[in-house]
Design a protein around this ligand. Structure first.
Ligand code: SF4
Ligand code: FE2
Length: 635
C-alpha cells in the first residue's frame, strides 16, 4: 500500500507510525477526498461571482453557459490565468523581499545581512547595463536594487521589465514583444489579470491566455531577480557534498527544520545556530544544533552551504513524525497547514515567521530584516527549549539518507567547463551536443503531488532520459526527489548514464577536480532558480546564433501541483521550451484552451505543453522532441 503513495523509503518506516498515533497525513486526506470534483478537474467550475458557483456540463446535456453567459472556454481560461497570477505573485513577492533587503544593506540599515558575493553583484550590475565605474559596493548595491525595484514600479507600457530585457535572447524578446506579452511591471501585470477576470470583463479565451502568458513572464522576471540578488547577498552556489532524506535528522542534536521558500530568514538562522551551539550542548544535546532543510528554503541553504535536505513537499509531515524535529521554522509557500497540529502531537515548536503567512496553532515570531538576529535567536532558543521536552521513546528516524553533490549554478557549470576550455567554456558543451554525445538537455522542476506516487515519475523519467544521453538539470522539489533517491551522486552517473553522456560527465568532473564524473542530475537550486537553467540555455543559444525554441532543450514537471508550477510551466512554453506535465492540468473542459496551450503555442512561441501521465511514455515523447529539435538544427 505504502509504495502506491510514495516511493520515498522513509515513508515505509513512518506512515505506519503515523497511523498508530492517529495522525492523518496528506495521503490520508487525499484518500478521504475521493472522488474529487470532476468539474473542478476539467476547470469548468466558476466561482468568481455570487450568482455562481456555475459549472458547465462537459457532456453537453446540461448548461453550456454560466448564469452570466460565460462559456467553458472563458471559464477555463479565466481560472487558469488566475492560477498564473497567484504563482507570479508568490515568486515576485519573494523577489521583492530580496530586492528590498539589498536596498537595506546598501543603506546600511540591516546589520544581519551583507553582500557575500561582491563579484556577483558587479556581474549583476553589468548585466543590467548599469555604469558602476569607480563606485563602491554600497553604491552598486543601491543602483542594482533601484533598477530591480523599477520592475515593480515602471508605468511605461512599452518599456520591458529590466530583468527580462537583460536575460532573454534578442530574438525571443522580439517575438514576445510582437505578441504584446512582455511585462513592463510585475505588479501591474498581476493586477491586470485579476481585473480582466472579474465577472463581466475579458471573455475572449485567446486574449485571456495571452494575458496569462504575460503574467507568467512577470513570474519569470521575478524569479530571475530573486535568484541573482540572493546570490549577491548570500553567496553564489558552488559544488558541495551533502546528504538528503530524513536520515539527516540526528537523534542527539537539537534539530531545526527550515521550511518554505525565502532564504532571508534561513540564512540568519543558520548563522545564529552556529553561535548558539554551546547552549544546545548544555541543554543535553551532545551533537549541538543540526539544521535541516525542507522544500525550497531547504534547497536554498543546501546549494549555498551544504545544509542537508530532510524532505521535499509531500514528506514534510513525516519529518515531524520522526519525533526528533525540535523546531520547524516556516516562511512562505508549500507549507501544509497540518504541520502545526502534527507538531502539537509531539514536542515540536512550529514557528511561522512572515506577517502574511500564519497558521493557527503555530507560534509566530515576526521576522524583520532589521531585527533578524534577535528574531533568529528567539527561534533557536525555542528549539533548544523544545528539545528538553523531547520524548526519546517516540523518536523514529528512518535510516535513509543519500549522498548528494549539489550547487550547480551557472557560474559553477561554466567554471567546470572552463577547466576543459578556459578561453571558451561553453565550447565543450556545444561540441558534445553537436556531435551527439549529449543528445539534449532536460530541466526537471516542480512539485510533488498526491496524484503521483511521490518521486516515482521524477526518478523513472530521469533514468530513462539519462540512459539516452540527455543531460539532466533539476530545481525545487524535483531536485529534492533526485537527491533523496541517490541520483545526485557520481555512482548514479556510472550506473544510469548512457555511455557518451557518462564519458562527457566524467571528462568535465575529472577536469574540475571531482575525481570522477559530475553527478547524474545537476542541482541548480530552488524553484526560483529555474532562471539559472534559462541563463545556461540563453548563453548556448546566443553562442550558436539561434533562439531558445531551436535548442534540444525540454522541461518537465512530472509531479506538478502548485499555482507556481502553472506559472513556471507557462513561461517555459513562452520561452520556446517544450514543457511536459505529468499531472492533468485543469483546462481540459475547454477544447479551445487545451488546443491553445498544446498546439497553437507551438506556432506562436515555439514552446508548448505536452501532457503525459505515464512517466515512461513521457520520457519517450521528450526524446522524440529532442531528436526533432536536433534535426531542425541539422545535427
Ligand atoms: Fe457563474 Fe458567470 Fe458568476 Fe462565473 S462569473 S459564477 S459563470 S455567473
Ligand atoms: Fe519550491
Amino acid at each position: 500500500m505504502t509504495m502506491k503513495l510514495t516511493t520515498d523509503p522513509s515513508a515505509a518506516t513512518l506512515l505506519p507510525i503515523a497511523k498508530k498515533e492517529g495522525i492523518s497525513t496528506v495521503w490520508d486526506r487525499h484518500r478521504a477526498m475521493q472522488p474529487q470534483c470532476g468539474f473542478g478537474q476539467l476547470g469548468v467550475c466558476c466561482r468568481i461571482c455570487w450568482k455562481g458557483p456555475c459549472r458547465i456540463d462537459p457532456f453537453g446535456d446540461g448548461p453550456q453557459r454560466g448564469i452570466c453567459g460565460a462559456d467553458a472556454d472563458t471559464i477555463v481560461a479565466r481560472n487558469v490565468i488566475r492560477m498564473i497570477a497567484a504563482g507570479a505573485a508568490g515568486h515576485s513577492e519573494h523577489g521583492r523581499h530580496v530586492a528590498l533587503a539589498l536596498q537595506g544593506v546598501a543603506e546600511g540599515r540591516l546589520p544581519a545581512c551583507q553582500i557575500r558575493d561582491e563579484a556577483k553583484l558587479r556581474a549583476v550590475a553589468a548585466k543590467l547595463g548599469l555604469c558602476t565605474e569607480g563606485q563602491d559596493i554600497p553604491a552598486i548595491a543601491a543602483a542594482v536594487a533601484k533598477a530591480t525595484l523599477e520592475d515593480f514600479q515602471n508605468q511605461d507600457h512599452d518599456a520591458p521589465c529590466n530583468w527580462i530585457e537583460a536575460t532573454l535572447t534578442k530574438k525571443r524578446l522580439e517575438r514576445l514583444q510582437a505578441l504584446h506579452v512582455v511585462p513592463h511591471n510585475i505588479d501591474a501585470v498581476i493586477t491586470q489579470i485579476m481585473g480582466r477576470t472579474l465577472v463581466g470583463c475579458d471573455a475572449d479565451p485567446v486574449n485571456l491566455i495571452l494575458g496569462g502568458i504575460k503574467g507568467a513572464l512577470a513570474d519569470f522576471d521575478g524569479m530571475c531577480l530573486a535568484t541573482e540578488l540572493s546570490d549577491a547577498l548570500f553567496g553564489t552556489p558552488s559544488p558541495v557534498i551533502t546528504a538528503a532524506n530524513l536520515g539527516v535528522i540526528k537523534p542527539d542534536a537539537v534539530n531545526i527544520a527550515v521550511h518554505g521558500h525565502n532564504p532571508l530568514l534561513s540564512e540568519v538562522v543558520c548563522e545564529v545556530a552556529g553561535q548558539m551551539d554551546e547552549e544546545a550542548r548544555k541543554a543535553g544535546a551532545p551533537a549541538g544544533i543540526n539544521i535541516v532543510g525542507i522544500c525550497c528554503t531547504g534547497n536554498e541553504v543546501m546549494v549555498r552551504h551544504g545544509i542537508p535536505l530532510a524532505a521535499n513537499y509531500l514528506s514534510q509531515e513525516l519529518a515531524l513524525v520522526t519525533g526528533a524535529v525540535d523546531a520547524m521554522v516556516v516562511d512562505v509557500q508549500c507549507i501544509m497547514p497540518s504541520v502545526s497540529e502534527i507538531g502539537a502531537c509531539f514536542h515540536t515548536a512550529v514557528i511561522t515567521t512572515m506577517a502574511e503567512n500564519k497558521i493557527p496553532g503555530a507560534t509566530h515570531v515576526d521576522f524583520k530584516e532589521e531585527t533578524a538576529l534577535e528574531n533568529a535567536r528567539r527561534i533557536v532558543a525555542a528549539a533548544i527549549d523544545a528539545y528538553k521536552r523531547r520524548d526519546p521513546r517516540r523518536v523514529n528516524i528512518p535510516d535513509f539518507k543519500q549522498t548528494a553533490i549539489v550547487g550547480f549554478g551557472v557560474e559553477s557549470v561554466v567554471g567546470a567547463l572552463a577547466t576543459l576550455n578556459p578561453e571558451d567554456p561553453l565550447q565543450p558543451l556545444i561540441e558534445n551536443i553537436a556531435n551527439g554525445n549529449i543528445r539534449g538537455i532536460a530541466l526537471f522542476a516542480g512539485c510533488n503531488s498526491t496524484q503521483v506516487a511521490q518521486d516515482s515519475s521524477f526518478v523513472t523519467m530521469a533514468k530513462k532520459l539519462a540512459a539516452n544521453n540527455v543531460l539532466l538539470l533539476a530545481t525545487g522539489c524535483g531536485a529534492g526527489s533526485f537527491a533523496k533517491h541517490g541520483l545526485m551522486t557520481q555512482e548514479a552517473t556510472l550506473e544510469y548514464a548512457g555511455d557518451s553522456l557518462k564519458a562527457v560527465l566524467t571528462a568535465i568532473g575529472t577536469s574540475a577536480g571531482l575525481n570522477g564524473p559530475l553527478p547524474l542530475v545537476l542541482h541548480m537550486g530552488s524553484c526560483v532558480d529555474n532562471s539559472r537553467a534559462v541563463q545556461v540555455a540563453v548563453a548556448v543559444a546566443d553562442k550558436l546564433g539561434v533562439d531558445l525554441d531551436q535548442l534540444p532543450l525540454v522541461a518537465s514537471a512530472p509531479e506538478a501541483m502548485s499555482e507556481k508550477a502553472v506559472a513556471i510551466g507557462t513561461w517555459s512554453v513562452a520561452l520556446g521550451i517544450p514543457t511536459h506535465l505529468g499531472t492533468m492540468p485543469q483546462v481540459t473542459g475547454s477544447a479551445k484552451v487545451t488546443e491553445l496551450l498544446t498546439q497553437t503555442a507551438k506556432d506562436l512561441l515555439g514552446g508548448y505543453f505536452l501532457v503525459e501521465l505515464d512517466p515512461n511514455l513521457a520520457a519517450d515523447k521528450l526524446l522524440e522532441v529532442i531528436e526533432e529539435r536536433r534535426k531542425g538544427l541539422g545535427i
